[in-house]
Design a protein around this ligand. Structure first.
Ligand SMILES: [Zn+2]
Ligand SMILES: [Zn+2]
Length: 505
C-alpha cells in the first residue's frame, strides 16, 4: 500500500491523489490521538487487541479500518524497517540480507522487498503495514470460581507453584528447572488462576504443536469456565480473543504487546533454540511490563551457568512427584556399531540387552542417531520379535506407532530423537545406540533418560547409553541427573530407600 502524510495523518493513496510513499519510507508514522467519543467496533477490538496482523487477515472493510486509525484506535506499523541501509523485518526480527527477496509488487507498483523468513504467516513487504490496536483492551468476565482442579502438589511442586504466582503478580522473570516427570503442568495452575483473577492476559507458549494439543484438554479441565484459545499452524482459533492462550512459539509472531504473563515451556526444545525469530517473537508478544516464566527440564549451558552464579532467578524441582530417584544412565561400550550395522549385525551387548527385555516382557525404547541405521537395526531385530516398529519425524504412521506402544501391542520401539520428549510410557527401559553421536547433546540425553521410570507404579527403569567412546555431553548428562537426585534427597523430596539404591548413602 502507498500512503500520504496529510495533516499529521496517514492517508491511503486511493483516498487522495498526489505523491504517496510506501509505509517503509515514511520516517515517522503519525498516530492520531484517541477520540473517546468514537463508536469503535468491538469486533475489531477483539480481533486486534495485542496483535500485529496484515490487512488481508482483517475481515472488515478498509474504510472502517482507516476510520478507526483516524480516531486513534488502530495503529499502522511498518512491516519492514531500515537500520541504516539494512532492512529488518519488524514481525520476525530477521536482519539477514540473504533472507529478503524482492518482487514487482502490484500493490505499490514498484520493486518491493519482502521477508522470506516469516512468509508462511503471510508476506511482509516494504508496503505492508502491520495493523494493531491502540484502544482499551476487551473486558473479559471472570467467574467467581476460576479453577476446577483440586489435586494436591508435592512439596517441590508447591514451592515452585508459589514462586510462579509471585513472579506473575510481580512481573518477574523466573526459570523453573523441573526434572522430567516432576509434574510441571500442575505447578502452573495456581499462577494461571492468580493471573486470571487479576484480569491479566496470559499465554503458555511451546515450540511443539504436540504439546499444545496435549495441554489444551488438561487446561480446559482445570479451568472449565474460562475461554481458552489454542493456536498452532492450521488451528481454527487463530482470531479468538481469550484471557488464556496456548500457542506454539511460531504463533507468537502475530502478537504484539499482548500478554501480561508468558509461560514459555520447553525453552530448550527445537526449533525455539535455533530460530532467533521465535525468541524475538516471545519478547514482542509480552507487554513492556509483564512476567516471563521459563519452564524446562534441561536448561542450556549458558543458563545453567547463570543459575549457578546467581545471575538468573530460578527454582528447581529436583525430584519426581512419586519420590523415586531419576534413573541414572549406565554407559556401555559397544565398539564400532556402525561398521557392524553395515555388515547387518548389531553389537552383541546390544542384542543381549534387547533379548533380556523380550524375555522379561518389559517394553523398551531404543534411540538411534540417524534413520538409515535405525532401519538396518529394525531388520536385524525383527526376527527376535514381530512386535517391533521404528519411528521418525516424517513417518506418516508416527501417531499410530506411538499408540501401539502405549497399548502394549509393541514390545520394542526404535526411534530417532523425535521421541526424546513429550511421550510417556509407564513401564519401559531405554537404550541409546551410538550415544557419542553429536545429535545426542546433554539436553537430549537427559530428556531420553527421563522417559524411564515416570509412573508411580513403575518408578524404576534401566537407561543404557551404548557408545563407541564417551563424550563430554554424556558425562554432563549423567552429572546433571546425579546432581538432581542429590538435591532431591537433600531437600527431602526423595525417599531414602530410592536414593540408597544408587549406592550413594
Ligand atoms: Zn509493495
Ligand atoms: Zn519476517
Amino acid at each position: 500500500m502507498r500512503f500520504l502524510v496529510n495533516s499529521n495523518h496517514l492517508l491511503p493513496e486511493r483516498c487522495l491523489s498526489g505523491n504517496s510513499s510506501r509505509i517503509s519510507q515514511i520516517p515517522i508514522i503519525p498516530q492520531p490521538l484517541l477520540n473517546y467519543k468514537f463508536p469503535f467496533n468491538p469486533k475489531l477490538q477483539l480481533l486486534l487487541a495485542g496483535k500485529q496482523i496484515l490487512l488481508d487477515d482483517i475481515p472488515f472493510p478498509f474504510d472502517e479500518i482507516q476510520s478507526h486509525y483516524e480516531n486513534g484506535y488502530i495503529t499502522y506499523r511498518k512491516g519492514i524497517e531500515y537500520q541504516g541501509k539494512l532492512p529488518v523485518c519488524v514481525r520476525c526480527g530477521n536482519k539477514d540480507p540473504q533472507q529478503f527477496g524482492s518482487f514487482m509488487c502490484a500493490r505499490c507498483g514498484e520493486q518491493c522487498l519482502y521477508c522470506r523468513h516469516c512468509i508462511m504467516m503471510g508476506r511482509i513487504s516494504e508496503c505492508t503495514p502491520l495493523i494493531g490496536w491502540n484502544g482499551s483492551e476487551p473486558v473479559t468476565e471472570v467467574p467467581d470460581k476460576i479453577m476446577g482442579w483440586s489435586g494436591t502438589l508435592s512439596k517441590g511442586q508447591q514451592e515452585a507453584s508459589d514462586l510462579v504466582v509471585e513472579a506473575i503478580l510481580q512481573n518477574k522473570e523466573w526459570l523453573i528447572w523441573a526434572v522430567c516427570g516432576a509434574g510441571k503442568t500442575e505447578v502452573l495452575f495456581a499462577g494461571i488462576e492468580a493471573a486470571l483473577s487479576a484480569k491479566k492476559r496470559i499465554c503458555i507458549a511451546t515450540p511443539r504443536t504436540d504439546v499444545v494439543l496435549e495441554l489444551f484438554p488438561r487446561l480446559k479441565a482445570a479451568f472449565p469456565a474460562i475461554d481458552i484459545a489454542a493456536l498452532y499452524g492450521g488451528s481454527e482459533d487463530r482470531h479468538v480473543y481469550a484471557p488464556l492462550t496456548i500457542a506454539t512459539t511460531h504463533q507468537l509472531l502475530r502478537f504484539y504487546h499482548a500478554f501480561d504473563a508468558i509461560i514459555l515451556d520447553e525453552v530448550d526444545a527445537f526449533p525455539y533454540t535455533v530460530e532467533e525469530s521465535l525468541q524475538y517473537a516471545a519478547i514482542q508478544a509480552r507487554k513492556p511490563v509483564s512476567a516471563m516464566i521459563y519452564l524446562t527440564a534441561t536448561p542450556n549451558q549458558k543458563w545453567q551457568r547463570e543459575c549457578r552464579s546467581g545471575q538468573r532467578n530460578f527454582t528447581t524441582i529436583p525430584a519426581r512427584f512419586h519420590r523415586h530417584s531419576l534413573p541414572v544412565p549406565q554407559f556401555k561400550w559397544c565398539g564400532n556399531w556402525q561398521k557392524l550395522l553395515y555388515k547387518d549385525k548389531l553389537p552383541p551387548n546390544v542384542i543381549q540387552w534387547v533379548k533380556s527385555r523380550l524375555d522379561s516382557g518389559k517394553q523398551a525404547l531404543l534411540f538411534f542417531p540417524h534413520i538409515p541405521m535405525m532401519e538396518k537395526a529394525l531388520a536385524i531385530l525383527r526376527p527376535l520379535t514381530p512386535n517391533i516398529e521404528a519411528v521418525h519425524a516424517e513417518d506418516p504412521e508416527r501417531k499410530e506407532k506411538v499408540q501401539k506402544m502405549r497399548s502394549k501391542e509393541l514390545k520394542l520401539l526404535l526411534t530417532t530423537t523425535i521421541l526424546e520428549r513429550g511421550v510417556t510410557f509407564p513401564n519401559i527401559d531405554v537404550a541409546v545406540i551410538g550415544a557419542e553421536d553429536i545429535i545426542f547433546t546433554e539436553s537430549a540425553l537427559v530428556q531420553i533418560a527421563g522417559r524411564a521410570g515416570r509412573s508411580k507404579d513403575y518408578p524404576d527403569g534401566v537407561v543404557t547409553f551404548f557408545h563407541y567412546g564417551k563424550t563430554e555431553e554424556m558425562l554432563k548428562a549423567r552429572r546433571q541427573i546425579l546432581m538432581m537426585n542429590r538435591e532431591g534427597f537433600k531437600v527431602g523430596l526423595l525417599d531414602r530407600e530410592s536414593f540408597k539404591k544408587e549406592g550413594r548413602i
